[in-house]
Ligand binder design. Structure first.
Ligand code: DX5
Ligand code: ZN
Length: 221
């Protein structure tokens, strides 16, 4: 069985109590913290930046922080998030004029690098930079908001991405983001994902531990 990771998206957390919320999901069994950064330019919404990432580290969060940049351009934010304690930094290829260079920048700063593909973006941008990836993130909703419905075409794309990663022989995580629930997570895993972002499905639950355990049960069934 793959080494599955569950990464709650703090976009759906109570921002007024962010430190406690992150402590609570990690205590409830989450593996990573998914950190959505939006700039009201690349996407029509505005969220949190490197100061908040740094504040979580200062608060004592030791789990991997998976920074999903929905900003344009990306290089300054890459530098700031690396300084702020990010573990993974992923960005959308349309948002960088020099994708290869931005990927190299992430690794040169000691972080793990990844690309994020929107629902309508094909896998082509991955082809020539596969050796510079630690993660490939496929969006299964249009980026910008939590609580949207999973776009089923993402399943076929996951299967293609899984093939591409396996053929490369490289150690690259395949992450899915958007509309993941306990009801569809098994199907998503069967299509090849090993890392699951879930925002509303976890933070809108009354019991985070039960929500995460239900997902793990589905993954091991
Ligand atoms: C959307 C974000 C997602 C979002 C997922 O742009 O990248 O991480 O928070 O939320 P759910 O799981 O509610 O679809
Ligand atoms: Zn995200």
């Amino acid at each position: 069985m793959p080494d599955f990771k569950i990464a709650p998206s703090i976009l759906s957390a109570d921002f007024a109590r962010l430190g406690e919320e992150v402590d609570a999901v990690l205590a409830a069994g989450a593996d990573w913290v998914h950190f959505d950064v939006m700039d009201n330019h690349y996407v029509p919404n505005l969220t949190i930046g490197p100061m908040v990432c740094q504040a979580l580290r200062k608060h004592g969060v030791e789990a991997p922080i998976d920074v999903h940049l929905m900003v344009e351009p990306v290089d300054d934010m890459i530098r700031m998030f690396a300084d702020a304690g990010a573990t993974y930094i992923t960005f959308h290829p349309e948002a960088s004029r020099h994708v290869d260079r931005s990927l190299q920048l992430i690794r040169s700063l000691g972080c793990k690098a990844g690309l994020v593909l929107n629902p309508a973006t094909g896998l082509d941008p991955v082809k020539y930079v596969v050796d510079k990836l630690d993660m490939l993130l496929l969006m299964s909703v249009n980026p910008g908001f939590g609580g949207q419905k999973f776009i089923p075409a993402a399943l076929g794309k996951l299967r293609e991405a899984r093939r591409l990663i396996d053929e490369s022989g490289l150690d690259i995580r395949l992450e899915i983001d958007g509309g993941v629930t306990r009801d569809n997570i098994a199907e998503i895993a069967a299509a090849g994902a090993d890392t699951f972002v879930a925002g509303s499905a976890i933070f809108n639950a009354d019991d985070y531990a039960e929500a995460i355990a239900a997902m793990r049960r589905e993954l091991s069934a």
